[in-house]
Write a protein that binds this ligand. Structure first.
Ligand code: UDP
Ligand code: MG
Length: 308
């Protein structure tokens, strides 16, 4: 009989862990596959671990818990969960029931019907989300799709069903900075998306502040393309050339005793170039810091204890 592993990252999810378990297990029980639930406690500061331990005590045959030594972030939690997963099929889903468990049987059906390797999900609405957040999210998808070789579907969730070869492919990618949405897209395979309307969190609060999300978007772009660096050079070089011509012309005019606004122009040119240089340095810094992180070869996470 085949095995399905369900990987669930949890960070301060004391309010949702039990709700999640109660909602998801009836669905899993009905599947023809056997299942294991792998919870990754990502350094929660509330009672999440205690609740997970309780679940583990009462369902040792189906539950496994990976306890991190601190909060390493969702990406690291996903990685640890995928590494621990033994299933022929693996599902990744959030603990807050924003990924509807009722979709799971449909995911399997779609996978079988179309011989897919991956069935992903995407939200077609962003209802209940701050407008500004939706706006930036949309811009993020536009940018990343224009600049990178990978295609990331707008509204794609991490909630997905994968066959073993896909999981192995993702695990074979060695990089430290793991932008899952990008990695999932990068490995390719036959993939299909199920669409659904946005669901609100069952309880608790989102773990992503606007700035954390912003940082995440920058990381995603930098990890998947060097386009921003090229862009800076592309804009910077012609601009410098044009400005040089402008300056020479101004100089000639000045020598002829004209060009009264020279200082003003010079000042704006200097300021503009200074801004350009600063942004170019900033972009270089991004790449440098990524390279630095990769060369350190640090593990993505430290496990305090593995209950299995
Ligand atoms: N999460 C995590 N580590 C973190 C932040 C989040 O493991 O540092 C988990 C969280 O417990 C949840 C999932 O990632 O299961 C998605 O988080 P959340 O629901 O807060 O994100 P949103 O749905 O608001 O994008
Ligand atoms: Mg959520």
């Amino acid at each position: 009989m085949s095995l399905l592993s369900v990987v669930v990252p949890c960070f301060n999810e004391e309010e949702t862990v039990q709700l999640f378990y109660d909602a998801v297990t009836p669905v899993l029980e009905k599947l023809p596959q056997e299942y294991e639930l792998i919870f990754v406690n990502d350094g929660s500061r509330d009672h999440t671990l205690a609740l997970l331990q309780e679940l583990y005590q009462s369902h040792q045959d189906t539950i496994r818990v990976i306890d991190f030594s601190r909060n390493f972030g969702k990406e690291s939690a996903l990685l640890a969960g995928l590494r621990a997963a033994q299933g022929d099929y693996v599902i990744v889903m959030d603990a807050d029931l924003q990924d509807p468990p009722q979709l799971i049987p449909k995911m399997f059906e779609t996978m079988e019907a179309h011989d897919d390797d991956v069935v992903g999900t995407r939200r077609v609405t962003r209802e209940g989300e701050p407008k500004i957040r939706s706006f930036f999210a949309r811009q993020f998808y536009r940018l990343i799709n224009r600049w990178t070789e990978v295609e990331i579907v707008d509204g794609a969730r991490d909630f997905r069903l994968m066959k073993r070869p896909v999981v192995d492919a993702i695990l074979s990618l060695q990089e430290y900075g793991r932008f899952s949405k990008g990695l999932f897209a990068w490995v390719g395979f036959r993939c299909e998306y199920l669409e659904y309307e946005n669901v609100k969190r069952a309880a608790g609060e989102t773990k992503w502040s606007f700035w954390k999300l912003f940082r995440y978007a920058i990381d995603g772009i930098v990890e998947f393309t060097s386009a921003p660096a090229v862009l800076a050079a592309r804009a910077g070089i012609p601009l410098t050339a044009v400005m040089l011509v402008v300056l020479i012309v101004e100089l000639i005019l000045a020598l002829c005793g004209r060009a009264v606004t020279f200082e003003a122009l010079l000042l704006s040119v200097i300021l503009f170039l200074a801004g350009l240089i600063l942004s170019a340095i900033g972009i270089l810094g991004e790449y440098l810091s990524k390279t630095y992180n990769e060369t350190k070869k640090r593990p993505s996470y430290i496990i305090r204890k593995f209950y299995h």
